[in-house]
Unconditional design. Sequence first.
Length: 573
Amino acid sequence: MDRAPGIPRPTGRRLAAWSAATALALAVAGLAAASPASAADVNNVRNAGFESGLTGWTCTAGSGATVTSPVHGGTSALKATPAGQDTAKCSQTVAVKPNSTYTLSAWVQGGYAYLGVTGTGTTDVSTWTPDTPSWKQLQTTFTTGSSTTSVTVYTHGWYGQAAYYADDLSVYGPDGGGGGDPAPTVPAAPAGLTVTGTTSSSVSLSWPAVTGATGYNVYRDGTKITAVSGTSATVTGLAASTAYSFQVTAANAAGESAKSATVTGTTTGSGGGGGGGGSLPKHAVTGYWQNFNNGATVQKLSDVPSAYDIIAVSFADATSTPGAVTFNLDSAGLGGYTVDQFKADIKAKQAAGKKVVISVGGEKGSVSVSDANSAANFANSVYGLMQTYGFDGVDIDLENGLNATYMTQALRSLSAKAGPSLIITMAPQTIDMQSTSNSYFQTALNVKDILTVVNMQYYNSGSMLGCDGKVYSQGTVDFLTALACIQLEGGLSPSQVGLGLPASTRAAGGGYVSPTVVNNALDCLTKAANCGTFKPSRTYPDLRGAMTWSTNWDAASGNAWSNGVGAHVHALP
């Protein structure tokens, strides 16, 4: 969120320039798994794990090199570094058979990473992922034409972005006769499965990576319940105060391993209530309240209209202690508003059925939660602010990145202290929710059982990909609905998704839309009415609602946003 009015923030992503072929490769919640290879299939890629350096590979502009860390398998991996006018494309010509179907896959990490194939004789395909801090598998399939005997497989990054890593590439299918790497063997059973956390409705698990595995299957009480590509999983939908047994298997194209040793996870007591959300209405409106004067209307909390169900006090500030935050009311900038008045206004809002949370971050926020110590400091300091001021919870608005592992740890620790009435909201930027592999999206999914709502910022972002793989420009109904679809189909519950928009043209550098456009998007998502060209495959009548930056900018425009959108949200089915 902007502390200064009308200043656009560059995203650092050349999203509008993405090719149509790349855009079409996006899947809503990750990549669909291809059919398993048959017993006769081989990996036709040579030096697929870069164990022989770059032998067999050609990288543009000298952009490629092999490294010993990080690696996905073996002892080496590719590191390719894009430049301002180069995407660090590394490619290999692979022998294939005509009229055959192949599965193309690779493990990638780091900056933007793309995987594709050309020269198929039919339809060339590609897939991609935004920045990912850990290894992620990209996978797609292609079919060769009647006279195709070779194809070109490639990886690349994006202009001027961070280096990407690639490892264990494969083109599995009929032997093309080019002398590719051996077919994989069934991986060993995972060792070291542990329970890392529990709530009244979930158990979190983790285990070490298994050499040669491309994915893992999670079993509960002997029944397979999910498949994941990483080495952790959170099993939700469980009964309170109940013991469950869990096992994990490793899998690749050759098959599935034996099950791991069994571990037992026992959910906690219900505590008399469910997760985040408390007594909020089914459809809620969130507004950010400014603890500073940047030209918008200066307000006391008591001035915030009743249309707002959640008020996010902006912002908590970092301290010299890693991960810890504090809050200092800007009494002078707010016309002499005292701490006692502020606390009394919080109580009055809560008495009226509203929730007041402390927002951490903003455009200039510098809070870093990057290890276990800072995660504990974050949880302890936020809980301290809740006790001091009476806040109902916390809003995560870290626009300079976050660590999914330790922010998850921090929020679960806070939940354990605050109990089931804790409100947790998030306000990621659009780029943060383009893929489930992004840290923000991962964090939201990790704490789904205690998460109240994610109000993504649909502004200051330019063009972005929708869940249908098409590029949409901000400021339209299609932009709101097609991007919300990524979250709705990517694992969040509809009740955890809200549309975040600026309250006026002065509130953001770009992306303002009228209340009518916001309402049309809400109608499209909840009841398939007033859509643009993008029409969701289904409706989401439980959609949580909408958010705005800020209540102060709303007031500066005569409360046009809360009057128009607030009433519409509360009237949704």
